[in-house]
Design a protein around this ligand. Structure first.
Ligand code: SAM
Length: 219
C-alpha cells in the first residue's frame, strides 16, 4: 500500500491571493482555479499516481499544485513565469520538505534535461514513463506550446525522452474540439491530424467559464 503524505494545514488559495496581493494579469492569461474540489478532480483525471515527477505549467497561486501534492508522492516541478507567485509557491515548497521545486521561467524555454534528467529515469519509448505534465495553461501560450511539444514528440526530446508522457492540459473549448475531432467532424483541422498522428487525445472535462477567477472572456 502506498501512503501519500498530505500537506499540513495552510492558508486557503484565496487567502494567499489576498495576503500577497496577487491580482490577475490579463497579459499572462491569468484565470485562476480556486476550488480545490475541482482541482482534485482534474488531478484524478490526470492519473499521475505512478509518476515520479509531475511538471505543472503555470502554477499561479497553486491550487492544482496543492491537489497534486496531496494525491501523490511525486516530485513536483512548478514552472511559473510571473515572479509575484514565487513567494507563495516557496511557502508551499517549505511545507513539502522540498518535494515541490519552484522553477521561475517561461515554459517555452524550459530546460527539460537540466530539470528532469536527475529525477526521471528514462523508459523505452513505447512504455509509460515516469514523467507527467499538467497545467491550466495560459491561453495565450497554449497553441505555440502544443506545436513545440509536437515537434519534440517527433524527435523524442524535451519532456518526451523519458517514455510515454501523460499530459493533462486545459484549452479553450474550440481548441479542445479541434484537437480531438475525428475524421469527418466539422472541427477536423490540421491541428487534429498533427495531434492525433502523435498522441492519443481525449476530452476529459468541460470547465464552465464561471469556474475561473477572473472569468475569461473566451469559452
Ligand atoms: C490560467 S493561469 C493558471 C494558474 C493556476 N495553475 C490555476 O489553475 O489557478 C496560467 C498561469 O500560467 C502563468 N504563465 C503565463 N505564461 C507563462 C509562460 N510562458 N510560462 C510559464 N508560466 C506562464 C501565468 O502567470 C499563470 O499563473
Amino acid at each position: 500500500m502506498v501512503v501519500v503524505k498530505r500537506l499540513p494545514p495552510l492558508p486557503t488559495v484565496s487567502d494567499i491571493i489576498r495576503l500577497y496581493g496577487l491580482s490577475a494579469q490579463q497579459k499572462l492569461s491569468q484565470n485562476f482555479l480556486l476550488d480545490l474540489n475541482l482541482t482534485n478532480k482534474i488531478v484524478r483525471y490526470a492519473d499521475i499516481a505512478q509518476s515520479s515527477c509531475v511538471c505543472e505549467v503555470g502554477s499561479g497561486p497553486g491550487a492544482i499544485t496543492r491537489s497534486i501534492l496531496n494525491a501523490t508522492n511525486a516530485k513536483v516541478l512548478a514552472i511559473e513565469k510571473d515572479r509575484r507567485f514565487l513567494p507563495s509557491l516557496e511557502l508551499l515548497s517549505d511545507a513539502t520538505n522540498g518535494r515541490l521545486q519552484v522553477c521561475h521561467g517561461d515554459i517555452l524555454d524550459f530546460d527539460w534535461p537540466g530539470s528532469c534528467d536527475n529525477i526521471v529515469t528514462p523508459k523505452p519509448w513505447d512504455s509509460t514513463g515516469d514523467l507527467s505534465i499538467i497545467g491550466n495553461l495560459p491561453f495565450s501560450v497554449s497553441i505555440p506550446l502544443l506545436l513545440k511539444w509536437l515537434r519534440y514528440l517527433t524527435i523524442r526530446e524535451g519532456p518526451f525522452k523519458y517514455g510515454r508522457t501523460t499530459m493533462t492540459l486545459t484549452f479553450q473549448k474550440e481548441v479542445a474540439e479541434r484537437i480531438t475531432a475525428p475524421p469527418g467532424h466539422t472541427q477536423r483541422s490540421r491541428l487534429s491530424i498533427m495531434v492525433q498522428s502523435l498522441c492519443t487525445a481525449k476530452q476529459c472535462l468541460t470547465l464552465h467559464s464561471s469556474t475561473f477567477v477572473p472569468r475569461p472572456k473566451v469559452r
